[in-house]
Design a protein around this ligand. Structure first.
Ligand SMILES: NC(=O)c1ccc[n+]([C@@H]2O[C@H](COP(=O)([O-])OP(=O)(O)OC[C@H]3O[C@@H](n4cnc5c(N)ncnc54)[C@H](OP(=O)(O)O)[C@@H]3O)[C@@H](O)[C@H]2O)c1
Length: 263
């Protein structure tokens, strides 16, 4: 169920923000989404957050509670936000969840839950918001992952969901004039792994202690401003992706070693 958790009158909602623009961020209550909410708020945007649980002192003008894995709950959410007089200029599909399990360990329930949140929800929301963004010369941002670009042990569903989202966005780019951004973050220090569905514990690798979400939020903000089409951050992950394609055997051995799967 979508609930309106704060009451602001329509005029107030429409006139807020020095740029008089509205950004909607799914999953804006923690990690990367929260960092982006702060960054856009700092720039004078009206910020709307959509996720399940409202928290204290969120940097937003309106919070909509919605479990995005529920197709009925997310139905018409864009229309409802627009009816509340938020004129949407930037929509960021950020809410997502990880899963760590061997392919053979995955339950059907988990598989469908991850795909629903990481793929079907952003696709559904993108199609709801496209006409508004077209009218406003706005931007649609999909938070994908570098994992969308290379197979890794214990991440089949997560990688598949993000690679499907990336391919959706890049295909949509062929069909529309709306400004689209595909964002491929590497490891970002948000506690994401601790909230993932874990059939297996995530091994502690150097990549676990990595980049602050604020830096990626800055990159996304600049990509919207400069109308870029892709962000890969940290930048050196481009080389990791390239290497994994050039040397799939070594990538396989390293990934198996990290997860203690033998040779
Ligand atoms: N952190 C990384 O290393 C990393 C790397 C690559 C890509 N990414 C991607 O970046 C995005 C953000 O990740 P993060 O690290 O910031 O994760 P996070 O800190 O766990 O934040 C996830 C956000 O999604 C919301 N959410 C989770 N389930 C939801 C649901 N069913 N319906 C609505 N909202 C839901 C959460 O709020 P509620 O729990 O209140 O709903 C929260 O605001 C994800 O798409 C992730 O796949 C992250």
């Amino acid at each position: 169920m979508i609930q309106l958790n704060r009451n602001r009158n329509q005029e107030e909602a429409g006139s807020m923000g020095s740029e008089n623009k509205t950004v909607v961020i799914t999953g804006g209550t923690s990690g990367l989404g929260l960092a982006m909410a702060k960054r856009f708020k700092h720039a004078g945007y009206t910020v709307v957050i959509v996720s399940r649980n409202e928290r204290e002192n969120l940097p937003c003008d309106r919070f909509y509670s919605c479990d995005l894995t529920d197709p009925n709950a997310r139905k018409d959410i864009v229309k409802r936000i627009a009816e509340d007089n938020f004129n949407i200029h930037v929509w960021i599909n950020n809410a997502g969840i990880g899963v760590y399990a061997l392919c053979e360990e995955l339950s059907d329930k988990n598989l469908r839950k991850i795909m629903e949140l990481n793929y079907f929800a952003p696709v559904d929301l993108s199609m709801q918001v496209l006409d508004i963004l077209k009218k406003n010369n706005g931007s649609l941002v999909q938070i994908c992952s570098v994992a969308s670009q290379m197979p890794l042990c214990c991440m089949s569903t997560y990688s598949s969901s993000k690679s499907a989202l990336l391919m959706f966005n890049e295909s949509l780019r062929m069909e529309t004039d709306v400004h689209l951004i595909s964002v491929l973050p590497g490891r970002i220090d948000t506690g994401f792994s601790s909230r993932a569905v874990k059939v297996r514990e995530v091994p502690d690798t150097p990549g676990n202690r990595s980049t602050s979400p604020d830096k990626l939020a800055e990159k996304v903000f600049n990509a919207v401003k400069k109308r870029k089409s892709m962000v890969v951050y940290p930048f050196w992950y481009r080389y990791v992706i390239f290497f994994s394609r050039l040397c799939p055997g070594i990538t396989r051995s390293v990934s198996r070693k990290i997860w203690n799967l033998g040779k």
